[in-house]
Design a protein around this ligand. Structure first.
Ligand SMILES: *Cc1c(COP(=O)(O)O)cnc(C)c1O
Length: 463
């Protein structure tokens, strides 16, 4: 039976009447008058739209209190939800990259609760320099002369270019014109920084003479960019940091390298693919290097610029620094993370990123054996649940070809329907703590490399 819309509209209860209802009053107590009133207004609007479209009242109008409770609960769910990262990518940009060490978490909590000596020197009770303490630590760890910390590595590259090469030319190899994903492309960053990009060499081969021939009075910087997320193989030549540094010194032009992930320790000692280290390039005479805080370093989102004092001082004075500077929480987390590097023997245990990257395949295999029976019992009707070897990726611009042997639980639909897998994946994404896997080859894969709390995962998946 359909009603005349105007009659339906008049059946919607007034807000002040609803607010006085005994089932609704407790919500006011719990959530506050403002939020409850705004939510009720929204619900009335939703009801009006429904009436206009269907000439009927929506079902939930039978019980405003119940509907209100649900909507208020939904509004409380935080947008940044913790998840289980079983995607197989350890440093996953979309999942927030590195997990912090416990000491970093404590350090952040402390500076959130209390005033801190962020830009305050206790020695002369005056204004200190925001990056000071961290710069000392970074210099100790890497042998750099000075350091500057900004919001992320993209900001580090932008600030470096704007300071060293504003309005001038920057020479980069055609093989290193990287796009990181999102909007970070080296040629675009050059434009934003007010520099003119001078491409030299070819995609696969760039020689020192290519850089040398490009140099003129307008040249302000010779730059290399680590090809983090791709690999040029075959008939190739690239110019080493040492060669570029030598050319830079001979022609009195500064040199810089954007390392992207740059690790401060030798990854090969852990059986991981070698990543370029900032200290190596500084030793070779490169003037400035930049890298991320939340990739292999395992700290908070930050961009780190290391290098020669005169350049870092100029970078610190650039007006953009103010816009790009890191906040106290970032600096606290970064300091605590860097302190772990002073005791490299324990790094593997204390730094979550490194802990996860260095787990043995056997560990994930054993976990899979423990989890399998219960998941088979629970999902066996609709899915074939198995454990299988797989490869994890480091992620965040470490080479996609460098893969780490791991172990996974796989779910294949008994009815072989892709839609069943999609439904399962969606269902897991809808959990209070979502479980993020990866669909590939007709299976939903849960790579166990990043699983540290087996009980919690079982609790989530056996609901
Ligand atoms: C990741 C990366 C960046 C961007 O770093 P963010 O910290 O994400 O801003 C820049 N350059 C290279 C080579 C990278 O790998």
């Amino acid at each position: 039976m359909t009603h005349k819309p105007c009659l339906l509209y008049s059946q919607l209860p007034a807000i002040d009447r609803l607010l006085r209802e005994p089932q609704i009053a407790p919500f006011v107590e719990q959530y506050g008058q403002t939020l409850v009133t705004a939510t009720l207004r929204g619900m009335q609007e939703q009801a009006r739209i429904y009436i206009k479209q269907y000439q009927a009242l929506p079902d939930w109008c039978d019980n405003w209190a119940l509907a209100l409770g649900l909507q208020l609960e939904q509004k409380q769910v935080l947008a940044l939800k913790p998840v289980f990262n079983l995607s197989g990518t350890v440093i996953h940009t979309n999942l927030g990259r590195a997990l912090m060490a416990e000491s970093a978490i404590e350090a952040v909590t402390q500076v959130m609760r209390s005033p801190v000596t962020l830009e305050y020197s206790l020695n002369n009770a005056g204004r200190g320099h925001r990056d000071h303490a961290l710069a000392d630590l970074l210099c100790e760890l890497t042998g750099a002369e000075d350091a500057c910390i900004v919001n992320n590595n993209a900001a580090a590259v932008l600030l470096l270019l704007a300071t060293v090469a504003d309005g001038k030319q920057v020479v980069v190899s055609r093989g290193e014109l990287v796009e990181i994903g999102g909007a970070f492309r080296i040629p675009d960053v050059m434009v934003q920084a007010g520099c003119q990009l001078v491409e030299v060499g070819t995609t696969n081969r760039t020689h020192l003479k290519d850089y040398r021939q490009a140099i003129n009075e307008e040249t302000a910087l010779l730059m290399k960019v680590h090809t983090s997320n791709y690999n040029i193989e075959g008939f190739t030549v690239e110019v080493s940091g040492r060669e570029l540094a030598t050319l830079g010194m001979a022609s009195q032009i500064p040199t810089a390298i954007d390392l992207g992930s740059g690790s401060m320790i030798n990854m090969a000692q852990y059986g991981l693919p070698a990543e370029p280290m900032p200290q190596d390039y500084l030793n070779q005479g490169i003037d400035l290097v930049t890298f991320s805080g939340d990739k292999l370093l395992g700290g908070p989102q930050a961009g780190i610029i290391l290098g020669k004092k005169r350049w870092i001082e100029a970078i610190q004075r650039h007006p953009l620094k103010r816009a790009l500077r890191a906040d106290k929480m970032t600096l606290a987390a970064l300091e605590a993370t860097l302190r772990l590097y002073q005791r490299p023997e324990q790094l593997c245990q204390q730094l979550p990123t490194l802990r996860l990257l260095t787990r043995s395949q056997q560990q994930m295999h054993d976990m899979a054996q423990r989890l399998l029976p219960q998941l088979q019992a629970h999902y066996g009707d609709q899915f074939i649940v198995r454990d299988e070897p797989c490869y994890s990726q480091i992620g965040s611009g470490s080479l996609p070809v460098d893969r780490l042997p791991s172990w996974a639980l796989t779910f294949a639909a008994v009815d072989s329907q892709g839609s069943s897998l999609e439904r399962l994946a969606r269902c897991w994404r809808g959990l209070a703590k979502p479980v993020i896997g990866r669909i590939s080859g007709g299976c939903l894969w849960l790579d166990l490399r990043c699983l540290e709390d087996e009980k919690a995962l079982l609790q989530a998946l056996l609901l």
